[in-house]
Design a binder for this molecule. Structure first.
Ligand code: PRP
Ligand code: URA
Length: 234
């Protein structure tokens, strides 16, 4: 990348120390998928030859797998029902479940969540990362005023510097959500470490942990720009 003066622009992550993968592998509250179906889908997702419609479909399918893993400890409440033969005790998920897609790229993941739990509330939150400073900027907020949830999942495929995830959790905490989880597809050690340091009370579910951020703040090996690849905006 060359600017108009013919000099290299400042590279925001150049020279910034980053933890290694091994240093963050066993952080508390971090769940990294070990499912072989996830590994299979991840390989197709990363491939640069995978076109946007298939990429979006894969994000949705991975979102459904992550939803299954991330909802393992949800609270249930008892319910009495009638089968065609007799009455029996059953259960249903207690309280409401919220999903906050961090726009744009979180939309496919939120769709995957809805396949698993169709009656989730979807709270849209728009954050855009300034590619020069890597700071996240809020540009859209459709969070309701009434919070009646047992948990809300902030979903976004890429946890790079962690700035977007940290800001999203800050915004959700200010709304008074009682329990928050972050769900992502690929995390970099740098962002994962920052998110756990800033919000140690948040459970984190990811499909995989990559090696590092490059000088531009992109995850490597990664998959490129998750928003552009879902929506075909190259
Ligand atoms: C991407 C990605 C995350 C963010 C991650 O979104 O979907 O939201 O960058 O980077 P960070 O951890 O360094 O904050 P982007 O801002 O490119 O917007 P988009 O979803 O509209 O493509
Ligand atoms: N956002 C993306 O979409 N990809 C990255 O690698 C980093 C941030």
């Amino acid at each position: 990348m060359i600017n108009t003066q013919g000099r290299q622009p400042d590279l925001p992550m150049r020279g910034v120390p980053q933890p290694t993968r091994d240093e963050v592998l066993n952080l508390p509250r971090v769940h990294i998928s070990r499912h072989p179906v996830m590994a299979h889908k991840m390989t197709r997702l990363r491939d640069k030859a995978t076109p946007p419609p298939e990429f979006y479909q894969l994000v949705k399918e991975i979102g459904a797998l992550l939803a299954y893993e991330a909802t393992e400890s949800l609270a249930l409440e008892e319910r009495l029902i009638e089968t065609p033969l007799q009455s029996t005790r059953g259960c249903r998920l207690a309280g409401g479940i919220g999903v906050t897609p961090i726009l744009r790229a979180g939309l496919g993941l939120a769709d995957g969540f809805r396949e698993v739990i169709p009656d989730v509330q979807v709270w849209h939150l728009g954050l855009r990362r300034d590619e020069r400073t890597l700071q996240a900027l809020e540009y859209y907020n459709q969070l309701p005023h009434r919070v009646e949830l047992q948990v809300c999942y902030a979903v976004d495929p890429m946890l790079a510097t962690g700035g977007s995830a940290i800001d999203a959790i800050n915004i959700l905490k200010k709304r008074g959500v009682p329990r928050l989880c972050y769900v992502g597809i690929i995390a970099a050690p740098y962002g994962l470490h920052k998110l756990t340091q800033t919000h140690p009370d948040v459970d984190i579910y990811i499909a995989t942990l990559d090696d590092a951020l490059n000088d531009y703040g992109y995850i490597v090996p990664g998959l490129g720009d998750a928003g552009d690849r879902q929506f075909g905006t190259f």
